[in-house]
Design a protein around this ligand. Sequence first.
Ligand code: ADP
Ligand code: MG
Length: 395
Amino acid sequence: MPLLKRSLQTVKDIALIGKRVVVRADLNVTLGKGLAIVDDTRIRQTLPTINYILDQGGSVILLSHLGDPSGKYIPALSLKTVSDYLSTLLSRPVPLVTWENKSDLHEAEPGQVFLLENLRFHPGEEANDSDFARDLAALGDIYVNDAFGVSHRKHASVVGIAKYLPVIAGLLLEREVSVLSGLLDRPERPFLVIVGGAKVSTKIGLLSRLAALADIIAIGGGMANTFLAAQGNAIGKSFYEAGYTGEAKHLLRHAEHHRVKILLPVDLVVGNPDNSTLTKVVRANVIPENLAALDIGPETEAIFGAAVAHSKTIVWNGPLGVIEKPEYARGTEFIYYALTQNTRAMTVVGGGDTLSAITKEEHLDRIDHLSTGGGAMLTFLEKGSLPALEVIQKK
Ligand code: ADP
Ligand code: MG
């Protein structure tokens, strides 16, 4: 499967001069107060593909979704802020084109860039409707997928469109696939995987796959609570998934069988999210009845940090605490800085919330690869491919 990276056709393999190139990008950024862009990483990571097409004499018609409008028009989820921002980054106008005005795109001239309004305003996108996919295909001459973050989704703009136009890979997608294939193909050991975030349920498939691939799996965040509960600990008011304690137990046995070391928190920062005066550190097996585990504790930081220091390959997805509150973001920051100190290791960090927790920190350039995909990165590591990659032209 790691051969995949050599087999995908990319923008570099075909002539783009005079072509109207439809680019599925992942411009799904978080919008904060006054619809300001909170983190522009995803937009910036798309620039190499856009600039390459423009340099080659093509025009660019960008497609993206934003948030989850579920097939309805929601003004706050318009891509207008993103088109304005892109216009600044690219030093040229980037008109936002609505579905009703999409015939304007037939006039696209070399050097021009357009952004089509939020794909998910249309039910056809997530339903992978063939008429919708055909309408998208009719917007240009060539289709480029550069949206790694949605490449695990069977949506019209990701998979369905391939029935109507040849699909090739953009530069970001190619880089993501090449880095992640490398991880599956003889990673340098020890190989450490750090997983956090809220839910075991969304990551259980990956966790069992990792038990055969990694040497150490460090588990933090809300997900760790499900494991602590599975081991028979009282977990107070902590978030956990009661329906997954069986899976968690199974995984612990599976890991033991493969001689994979599982690191769980030994201490935790507990508190009441509505009353920060109750915040304190406790041992992981004595979470008070009226409090919730909201971050890893200092000894756990040291244990996870030591694993980071002696590993040669490190993959991290999922915050280790409730990062939305600064009091509970410390464990995540600690692990981030531990990663930046291990410059010998190949380090890969992915996931929307994970990236937004770290991209304003120092030394971001010391992380080898910031994956724009959370779910997509995990699915790729689990399955070795993605639905979007299956429909891209092979060399
Ligand atoms: P990513 O987007 O990077 O893949 P996830 O979406 O899986 O990450 O997880 C992020 C969420 O996990 C955050 O909203 C965070 O508040 C939550 N989380 C982390 N630790 C805990 C915890 N101890 N209890 C509840 N939620 C947690
Ligand atoms: Mg998330």
